[in-house]
Each structure stands twice: as structure tokens, then as C-alpha cells.
Design a protein around this ligand. Structure first.
Ligand code: GLP
Length: 241
């Protein structure tokens, strides 16, 4: 695991450099996209470079990590809507080249299985962008998630619902209780994982991620066993290293 401590306003460009290098090498690469605030500067930087013509995602494909269960299609907080707005609509990645687990499906288990098949058929993820929750979750793999887990239904913890209430006008009761999420086993198959964490609120999770014992109680620690992880953190998030 490579840990790079850098000013927050540099992180977007540094992750965009990783994406640019991948796209130059493999124009039909498969990207793993994350929601949350952590990747936003990366998405801004990639959108700038697509506008400049230095990156093209026209032949790429992308998979998102997770989705709330039960939000209507087009709900402003649905991760499908968010990723479309924050990223896909701003770059040359075709909308139909982006797929996420379908949290509105009548049969959620079948939706998870077909999402996993689509990822496999695409050849797996080349570069997975990740944030980290204050409790050490990645995607929506909350503490005690199995390291072998695949895409499945999970129950969100009270902490995660509180953390994410800001996207629901501060109303924690509006945050769904269930979600679909790639499993830790799914995420571990990405060939390169790039994790971004900023701010003092992430310091404990970052300490566990980098220096803690590998434990399902801090799900992100499984990344210590991944052969190619790059972690970008600012001073505040690195404060406990
Ligand atoms: C949510 C998402 C995660 C994300 C985490 C951190 O729970 N499911 O994928 O990493 O929030 O979010 P933020 O980057 O906004 O701190």
C-alpha cells in the first residue's frame, strides 16, 4: 500500500494522473466509480482533462460501487443520479457504459447476481476509486462485513445514515436503511485501488486502514492484502499515522 500525504487541493489532479495513464495504456479500460464527497475533486479534474482533450473515456466502461434500496428512479440521492450528475454527464463516457447495482429491482438478489456477471463479462475493474467511511467502511461494507463478500443487500449502520443525512437535507429518517453494495471480495478483484480520504473525521479510519490489524471490524483493512493500492490523504486525515 502506497500512502501519499498531500494538500487536499492536489488530490484530484493526482488521481486524474492515474486515470490518464490508464486510459493512455488501455483506452477501453473499466473504471470503478465511487460516490460521496471524496472523489469530487477527481471528477472535476478528469472532466477538465476530457474538455481539454487529454483524457478520453469514450471507449471506457464503468461500474459503481453501491446503491440505496428503495429510492425511486431519478431520486436526487440515488447513487445512479449522483454519479450521472457529478461525473458521467461531464465527460465523454457513454451513459449506457455505466452500470450500478439496481436498488429498485423487485428481486434484489437477482439484481446483485446480474451486476456481478456484468462486471465479470467486462473483464473486471482496472482502477477502482474509493472513499472510506468514518467507521472504516468501503462502498457500503459496514464493520463485520465478510472479507469474501460479493454484491449483496446490507443494512446501513446508524453512523453511516447520520453521516449521509447531509445529502438528504439533513433528515436522517429519509436515509434508506438498506443498500446494495459490492462486497469486499468484489472490490479486492479490482486491479488497482485508489482510495481518497480527507479531513480530521477520517483520521481514525485512515490509521486503521494503514496501520491497524486486518479485521472485519475495520473493513478497509482488507486492502492491506491487495497488491496495488494507492492512498491519497491530506494532513488532517493523516494526523494519526
Ligand atoms: C458512503 C459511500 C462510500 C463513501 C463514504 C464516504 O457511505 N457509500 O462509498 O466512501 O460514504 O463518503 P465521503 O467521501 O462523502 O466522506
Amino acid at each position: 500500500m502506497e500512502v501519499i500525504i498531500v494538500r487536499e487541493d492536489r488530490i484530484g489532479d493526482l488521481v486524474a494522473d492515474e486515470i490518464a495513464a490508464l486510459m493512455a495504456r488501455k483506452p477501453d479500460a473499466v473504471l470503478g466509480l465511487a460516490t460521496g464527497s471524496s472523489p469530487l475533486r477527481t471528477y472535476d479534474a478528469v472532466a477538465d482533462r476530457v474538455a481539454e482533450g487529454t483524457i478520453s473515456l469514450a471507449r471506457a466502461r464503468a461500474f459503481t460501487l453501491d446503491e440505496y434500496v428503495g429510492l425511486a428512479e431519478g431520486h436526487p440521492c440515488s447513487y445512479r443520479t449522483v454519479i450521472e450528475q457529478d461525473f458521467v454527464s461531464r465527460v465523454d463516457l457513454p451513459t449506457d457504459a455505466v452500470q450500478g447495482p439496481n436498488g429498485g429491482a423487485a428481486d434484489l438478489a437477482a439484481a446483485c447476481a446480474s451486476f456481478e456477471s456484468a462486471m465479470r463479462e467486462a473483464g473486471g475493474v482496472d482502477l477502482q476509486i474509493l472513499g472510506i467511511g468514518t467507521d472504516g467502511h468501503i462502498a457500503f461494507n459496514e464493520p463485520a462485513s465478510s472479507f469474501a463478500s460479493r454484491t449483496r443487500v446490507k443494512t446501513l449502520t446508524d453512523q453511516t445514515r447520520l453521516d449521509n443525512a447531509r445529502f438528504f437535507d439533513g433528515n436522517v429518517d429519509a436515509v434508506p436503511v438498506h443498500c446494495l453494495t459490492q462486497g469486499l471480495g468484489t472490490i479486492m478483484e479490482a486491479r488497482h485501488v485508489v482510495l481518497v480520504a480527507t479531513g480530521a473525521g477520517k483520521a481514525e479510519a485512515v490509521r486503521q486502514l494503514v496501520e491497524g490489524a486486518v479485521s472485519a471490524l475495520w473493513p478497509a483493512t482488507i486492502l492491506q492484502h491487495h497488491p496495488h493500492v494507492t492512498v491519497f490523504v491530506d494532513d488532517a486525515a493523516a494526523a494519526q499515522l
